[in-house]
Design a protein around this ligand. Structure first.
Ligand code: WT7
Length: 630
């Protein structure tokens, strides 16, 4: 596969990918190890909806991420692991070592009776074992469902039960800055309500005292001792499931996005190499957690399938101090650095001396993902981390898209601060107006949809194809609706303006307002609640909750604290409301629908023009809400 090396070439590739998508993607797919080639490249119908890629093709993604590199790269570092505590030794895992580690975990899973098609939950911190765990599942055809280790027992229960996981891969605890998180007790609590789980394999990380349930829990280190370090890869169909990854929905229940083997492999590899222009031998660092799609696609599968050296960081940007990222970048001579706007904004607030004490000359390409990046943060990143010389690759994509969709190509696409710029080859964006008409001109703003399938798109929501259709393919029939607002400027460059649905993005984490509301409603004093986002300096968006109680609360502060703790317990600390306003009613229409537009305006501190409130059942609540705004 030829990498694009000029803008004219990008245009040529792009045009070809639109005129002849099948030939374009077949050409890309030639660069992988297939046990058997596909019969047809693509079959699709967005009305059903359905999309299948590389039909009839047989492969195993781990043979592409590991085995095929061994002749040339056995001794090259595959994973650099930087621990939470800077005084602990980092680890370098070569491709040869990765092969054996993955095979051992695969054999350990087999010894527990896990076979092709079984679902395995992974609830682990950022240690190399989490990558081994994912790849080991893929090696034997088990379907992994990684749950971010910051989620609480309640979230774990929903996800394990929805997927019907048979086994959980876990650790005793996790380090997070100067804190220790007791992961195993969260698992113990969750598993009380997870009847499908037969086994838990627990790796030691913090050496905390944990409770091991006889007959269910086993130590990873003991089980792995007895297995071979070679394991044949299972032959997978291109459309067999590779993993399920949950993302928040507008209604309470999280959606298990289903990704399949062939298309996902081809697309994450292609987009990784293209957007970042990854060069052989470079050190690449994505700061995301593997619990999110960014970690799946661009810490594990994309980079490893490209034979890259990928850095995995266990810690947080603010510990031991605000210079940690830059320290790690210097220490491992990172060449490509990929992070989120929320991290940039928080580091931007620290004195520049935290940046300047480190030599960041190794960095050649910067990336950002997760939410719209504001111009100020873009410039700070470009000027201070990129020394004014490195392109900022602003990658717009989603859990559902599997890989980058709209993104600059490093050193090729002209940059525009806060713009994700142009669609990558194969991606056909459409901007839609309120009436469902496509806006064909430049210089327009509307809702972002995608007109044509791409290989890594999610195939369905696990166990609920109707919801998949309703959520993504019914707003604009025949097109995939992203849920994002978007501008296309006079030059045809795209700027993503943010969600237009009830999803909010807090510190780059996607959350459904309904999910937070139902957690708040669990409090015995609470009758009803409504959650909206408001602009937050560092997090991008903060959580603003309007709460109605059965009785007027006596001690508001105490109740606020209880509600915040309850949300942390049910969903996870990331979902805690930043502001809680107690109200006696919510602005509802006569049909009972909450007018969130009004709640958003008040939360934003803009009460001058609330628009038409005459359709409200009780317009007087608006004054009360305005008066009590936080
Ligand atoms: C939503 C998807 C893709 C991995 C991380 C988040 C927002 C993502 C950008 C960007 C503006 C962005 C969108 C999208 N988003 N990247 N570069 N510019 N907005 O994955 O949790 O599935 O969230 O994140 O609103 O719909 P996710």
């Amino acid at each position: 596969m030829k990498l694009i090396n000029s803008f004219a070439e990008y245009q040529k590739h792009y045009d070809f990918s639109i005129e002849n998508p099948e030939a374009f993607w077949a050409d890309v797919a030639e660069n992988f190890l297939w046990r058997k080639k596909w019969n047809r490249v693509l079959e699709w119908d967005f009305h059903k909806p359905e999309a299948q890629w590389f039909i009839g093709g047989k492969l195993n993604i781990t043979e592409n991420c590991i085995d095929r590199h061994l002749p040339e790269r056995a001794n090259q570092t595959a994973i650099i692991w930087e621990p939470n505590d800077p005084s602990e030794e980092p680890r370098n895992i070569t491709y040869q070592e990765l092969f054996h580690e993955v095979c051992r975990v695969a054999n350990m899973l087999k010894a527990q009776g896990i076979t092709k098609g079984d679902r395995v939950c992974i609830y682990m911190p950022m240690i190399p074992e989490v990558a081994y765990a994912m790849l080991a599942c893929a090696r034997i055809g088990a379907i992994h469902s990684v749950v971010f280790a910051g989620f609480s027992a309640g979230s774990l229960i929903d996800r394990i039960n929805d997927a019907g996981c048979k086994l959980v891969l876990a650790t005793d605890g996790a380090y997070r800055g100067d804190k220790i998180i007791d992961l195993k007790s969260i698992i113990d609590e969750a598993l009380e309500k997870c009847p499908t789980v037969e086994r838990v394999l627990v790796a030691k990380r913090t050496k905390s005292k944990v409770n091991m349930k006889p007959g269910r829990d086993l130590w990873w280190e003991e089980e792995i001792r007895n297995v071979s370090d070679v394991c044949a890869a299972e032959e997978m169909d291109a459309e067999d499931l590779l993993f399920i990854l949950y993302t928040s929905g507008s209604t309470g229940k999280p959606k298990g996005m289903v990704h399949t083997c062939g298309g996902y492999m081809v697309y994450t590899n292609y987009t990784f190499k293209t957007a970042f222009q990854y060069q052989d031998g470079q050190v690449y660092w994505c700061t995301a957690d593997v619990g999110w799609i960014t970690g799946h696609s661009y810490i594990v599968y994309g980079p490893l399938s490209a034979g890259a050296t990928t850095l995995m960081f266990e810690g947080i940007p603010s510990w031991p101090d605000m210079g940690r990222f830059w320290h790690v970048a210097e220490k491992h001579r990172v060449n490509i650095f990929y992070t989120a706007p929320t991290a940039i904004r928080s580091l931007e607030k620290a004195p520049l001396s935290f940046v300047r004490q480190y030599d960041l000359h190794s960095i050649k390409v910067l990336g950002t993902v997760g939410e719209p990046i504001n111009e100020e943060a873009w410039h700070w990143y470009h000027d201070n981390i990129g020394r004014g010389k490195c392109p900022v690759v602003d990658t717009w994509w989603q859990t559902e898209t599997g890989g980058f969709m709209i993104s600059p190509i490093a050193n090729i696409t002209k940059l525009k601060p806060a713009y994700a710029t142009l669609p990558l080859p194969g991606v056909q964006p459409a901007i839609m107006d309120e009436n469902g008409n496509e806006l064909l001109a430049n210089g327009v703003e509307g809702r972002l949809a995608i007109r044509f399938p791409w290989p890594a798109m999610a195939r369905t929501i696990y166990g609920d194809h109707q919801r998949f259709k309703d959520t993504y393919f019914s707003t604009f029939p025949g097109k995939y609706f992203t849920g994002d607002g978007c501008k296309r400027d006079e030059e045809g460059f795209y700027r993503i303006t943010g969600r237009v649905d009830d999803i909010i993005i807090v510190s780059g984490h996607n959350m459904g307002t309904a999910e937070i509301e139902s957690a708040i409603d669990e409090h015995s004093a609470v009758c009803e609640s409504a959650v909206v986002a408001y602009p937050h300096d560092i997090k991008g968006q903060g959580v603003y909750a309007y709460v109605i109680c059965y009785d007027k609360p006596h001690e508001e502060e105490k109740l606020r604290k209880e509600i915040r703790e309850l949300v942390a317990k049910i969903i996870g600390p990331i979902a805690k409301p930043d502001k809680i306003q107690f109200v006696s009613g919510l602005p509802k229409t006569r049909s009972g629908k909450i007018m969130r537009r009004i709640l958003r305006k008040v939360a934003e501190g803009d009460t001058s023009n609330l628009g038409d409130v005459t359709t409200l059942l009780d317009p007087s609540v608006v004054d009360e809400i305005k008066g009590g705004a936080l």
